[in-house]
Design a protein around this ligand. Structure first.
Ligand code: ZN
Length: 284
């Protein structure tokens, strides 16, 4: 019997992914205050079968399985944004971290089923507090996650960030920087360049080759780069820009095309299946 593809499985839970995003969108919390957010995400991950621990104050580390462990990582924090005509700034998910979390929850749910077939591989989900580096004092999220040992025992880390400046149904990947430790090979001999190649292949399979680009810019706003100093990894920038309506991140009118979030779940799922060799590996 042929298993449904990563895309088909993600399409099947598209309604849930959008619903999770909307629920997370309704409880925006600033850096190191992501208490309700953590509670919501913890409940979902627990229901998928993951064991969940608190890390770095308000963050979460969830794991299913053991052995060769791949990590998927996103940030949880919302932003304080000035609103014209309003005396006080508003706290809102103006960078899309609600959408990022929903995409990773989707992948975690699909992968949980596949992981039960294997006893030699594991998946770790890291929900990081304080991902934004643009706010003074709120950029220690990655450092706290790393010093708490959340990366210990993993062989690679994949991240996802929605990008409203990229049209929906398209995606970008950032070329691996030369100074990254992963460049010389991590514990499994993987390099960040391999992670970028694999995430790109998975993106091309889901979105079509013409819709995936490789860019040279450095990881913007968030602090994902800190992880790449420690582990091989790559970040997917998922296009969520509505046609004819380009909105910038960190602005009060930030808006995304949430109907494509399942594509992010599908790409992460596909990349994870390849990396964990649950399907034939395509690299190395
Ligand atoms: Zn962000």
């Amino acid at each position: 019997m042929e298993l449904p593809s990563s895309l088909e499985q993600a399409e099947n839970i598209q309604g849930d992914i959008v619903s999770w995003r909307r629920q997370l969108n309704s409880i925006p919390e600033l850096a190191f205050s992501e208490v309700e957010t953590a509670g919501f995400v913890r409940a979902r991950l627990t229901s998928f079968g993951f064991g969940v621990d608190t890390v770095a104050e308000t963050g979460l580390v969830a794991q299913l399985g053991s052995g060769r462990i791949l990590a998927l990582l996103v940030a949880m924090d919302a932003l304080s944004v000035a609103v014209p005509g309003q005396a006080q700034p508003s706290v809102m998910h103006a960078c899309g971290h609600d959408a990022n979390m929903a995409c990773v929850l989707g992948a975690a749910r699909i992968l949980a089923r596949r992981l039960r077939e294997r006893s030699d591989v594991g998946l770790r989900i890291i929900m990081q507090p304080a991902g934004e580096t643009t706010l003074p004092g709120s950029h220690q999220g990655a450092e706290k996650v790393i010093s708490a040992g959340a990366l210990d025992g993993i062989f690679a880390v994949l991240g996802l960030h929605v990008d409203s400046t990229i049209r929906s149904r398209k995606a970008s990947l950032v070329q691996a920087a030369r100074e990254e430790v992963g460049q010389s090979g991590g514990t499994n001999g993987y390099k960040s360049a391999d992670m970028v190649t694999l995430l790109r292949q998975s993106s091309e399979e889901i979105l079509g080759e013409a819709n995936v680009s490789l860019v040279s810019r450095i990881t913007y706003a968030d602090d994902f780069g800190r992880y790449l100093e420690r582990q091989p990894g790559a970040m997917l920038y998922l296009g969520v820009g509505l046609p004819g309506c380009v909105r910038t991140h960190h602005a009060q009118d930030f808006l995304i095309d949430e109907s494509v979030l399942h594509l992010g779940s599908a790409i992460l799922t596909e990349a994870a299946l390849k990396l964990l060799e649950i399907q034939p590996r395509l690299i190395g």
